[in-house]
Design a protein. Structure first.
Lengths: 263, 326
């Protein structure tokens, strides 16, 4: 499904600021895998997602999705495989467009866009049904500009937009980190619901260990651009925060982010 | 007065073009000064060469499309800053425009133009020509409204709004940027072609400072009509152009001469941008809340043309709320 083979990425090579974000990283995702990714700050978690999505070019290695080599494809072309939700709740939606227009944009993900009407009544019906699953009442506000929604609502909408077209892979980059605990819990619940409903293959970066354990069927821990710990579906069932902290403490020089400690 | 209305409606085509780049794409495109003259020059030389004036006008639109596309190429593929890319094309077009015309001024005396039927029927300067021009301007406006609500148009709006997001949904933002710049300058060149035929000559300097006129129209329209949605915003750009011409008309009446008009335009833009920030308009319910919000969201400079839009949005919503309470 997704194969990441020996991928390396170095920022500012040859300078004093040189930082090896990914070092010969290997990762394989099977159909309907839901993998959570944890690790200290600067471990390369976000870099991993950004190299898959094409936002960052890789230095060496290969990334294939469904057997197709994508590592040289521009970001906009890889979009046909990928649904993405970003950390910043403002990043996943267009502020001045309405909810239905944003959904229309997402509906055409990876397809040619022509001069057909953006929001037809058939699409609107579809959107109403989809929005109703969020249980936020957004289905009654189709013509509301997204800029008027709260951060949690926008993130829930982003999640719906990323998931409702059944992408081959869903990439979630700390998408609950910028929300208050209540909203974060809501978006976490929605994530579970949306991923499970369609059995989406998902890669989720998080700082929250409990969330990383609660969601998904596999877990990986990254440090200095490598995967240093993996929990398979079997192992993950009995995984506790203490075990993970134990793994962390084995690492020399690894520091847990404040957010991770608070959780 | 009739003349001012006619001019306002014709220049509405340019205001719509400027609206596309400045408002929709959020791109400060200075190509306008050059492409306007390109439109006038292309139409005038073709008409003098005996080409049907409607075909000549269509060719002018084509020239404008190319000019905008070049600015887009410089910006997207060349990575040149948007302002600079526009200036480069604008400066380069000066020489091209001179080549097209052969000399600095091309009179269209006794040539058939698209306005000949109006002129022969003595309709110019009457309600009839204003009605005809209004219909023409509204057709352009509705064409933009329609285009911006198609799948492609939505992608263009999103490009102006949130480039990263729309790229993650599979849109090549380079292409949408170039397309919008081309379309915008097509409108501007159309306007240049019509103005050349309306005034009876094409002149190498006819485009100088026009970007400011376009901006003035868009900003005035927004101040008066707001920007709740595309329909209202494009109508605002169009009618803003008419309001602008009426203000210029009144300024000339008041004793200023045509040489003062550039300064008048600049002051008009400054005032339209600053008034909301100073909160002079707070007493009017629908404009309430502008003063509070503005300082944070309107840093000075041409690149921040979104500023007034946001303020207008806030004001319409808070205004509506105030209305309900009352």
């Amino acid at each position: 499904m997704l194969t990441i083979d020996n991928v390396s990425k170095t920022f500012f090579p040859g300078t004093v600021n040189e930082r090896k974000a990914l070092q010969g990283l290997e990762l394989r995702l099977e159909e309907s895998d839901f993998v959570t990714v944890i690790g200290s700050n600067g471990a390369g978690k976000s870099t991993l997602l950004n190299t898959i999505s094409g936002r960052l070019p890789i230095d060496s290695g290969s990334i294939t999705i469904d057997g197709a080599e994508v590592s040289r494809m521009p970001e906009y072309k890889r979009a046909k495989y990928l649904g993405r939700v970003f950390q910043d709740p403002m990043a996943g939606t267009a502020r001045d467009l309405t909810i239905e227009q944003n959904l229309s944009l997402a509906l055409r993900r990876g397809q040619a866009r022509g001069l057909g009407r953006g929001t037809t009544s058939a699409r609107r019906e579809h959107f109403t049904d989809e929005l109703a699953t969020l249980e936020l009442g957004l289905e009654n506000r189709l013509k509301t500009k997204v800029g008027l929604l709260s951060g949690g609502q926008r993130q829930a909408l982003s999640l719906l937009m990323a998931g409702f077209t059944q992408p081959r892979i869903l990439l979630l980059d700390e998408h609950t980190a910028a929300l208050d605990p209540q909203r974060a819990a809501l978006v976490t619940t929605l994530t579970k619901k949306i991923v499970e409903a369609d059995g989406l293959t998902t890669l989720m970066v998080t700082h929250n260990m409990e969330q990383a354990i609660a969601l998904g069927n596999r877990l990986i821990m990254m440090h200095e651009g490598r995967i240093i710990y993996q929990a398979t579906a079997e192992e993950k069932k009995d995984l506790t925060v203490e075990t993970l902290l134990g793994e962390f403490s084995k690492l020399k020089g690894a520091s847990l982010g404040d957010r991770a400690l608070l959780n | 007065m009739f003349g001012a209305l006619e001019l306002g409606l014709i220049y509405g085509a340019m205001a719509l073009g400027v609206y596309l780049t400045f408002k929709v794409l959020n791109f400060p495109d200075l190509t306008v000064d050059g492409s306007f003259t390109t439109g006038g020059a292309t139409a005038a030389s073709l008409i003098i060469a005996g080409v049907n004036p409607f075909l000549a006008t269509a060719a002018a639109i084509g020239a404008g499309l190319v000019a905008g596309y070049i600015t887009g190429l410089l910006h997207t593929k060349g990575g040149i800053d948007g302002l600079l890319a526009g200036i480069l094309t604008m400066i380069g077009l000066w020489s091209i425009n001179l080549r097209i015309m052969g000399k600095a001024n091309l009179p269209l005396l006794r040539e058939d133009t698209v306005f000949t039927p109006l002129r022969e029927n003595m309709w110019l300067g009457s309600w009839i020509s204003i009605a005809i021009l209004l219909i023409f301007a509204l057709i352009l406006k509705f064409a933009i409204d329609w285009f911006l609500t198609t799948d492609l148009g939505l992608a263009i709006q999103a490009t102006g709004n949130n480039r990263e997001m729309i790229r993650s949904l599979g849109v090549n933002t380079d292409n949408t940027t170039m397309l919008t710049l081309a379309l915008s300058n097509g409108f501007v060149a159309l306007c240049g072609a019509l103005i050349a035929q309306y005034q009876g000559f094409s002149d190498i300097s006819m485009g100088i400072g026009l970007i400011l006129v376009g901006l003035a129209s868009v900003i005035l329209g927004q101040a008066v009509f707001g920007s709740r949605n595309i329909f209202v915003a494009s109508l605002g750009a169009l009618l803003g152009s008419v309001i602008y011409r009426l203000i210029i008309f009144l300024a000339l009446r008041a004793g200023l001469d045509t040489n003062d008009m550039k300064l008048t335009t600049a002051l008009l833009v400054v005032i339209a941008l600053l008034l909301p920030r100073w909160g002079f308009l707070k007493r009017i319910p629908s404009l309430k809340g502008r003063g509070n919000r503005a300082p944070a969201s309107v840093p000075a400079g041409t690149t921040d043309m979104k500023g007034p839009a946001e303020i207008a949005d806030v004001s319409t919503t808070s205004g509506a709320g105030a209305g309900k309470e009352g």
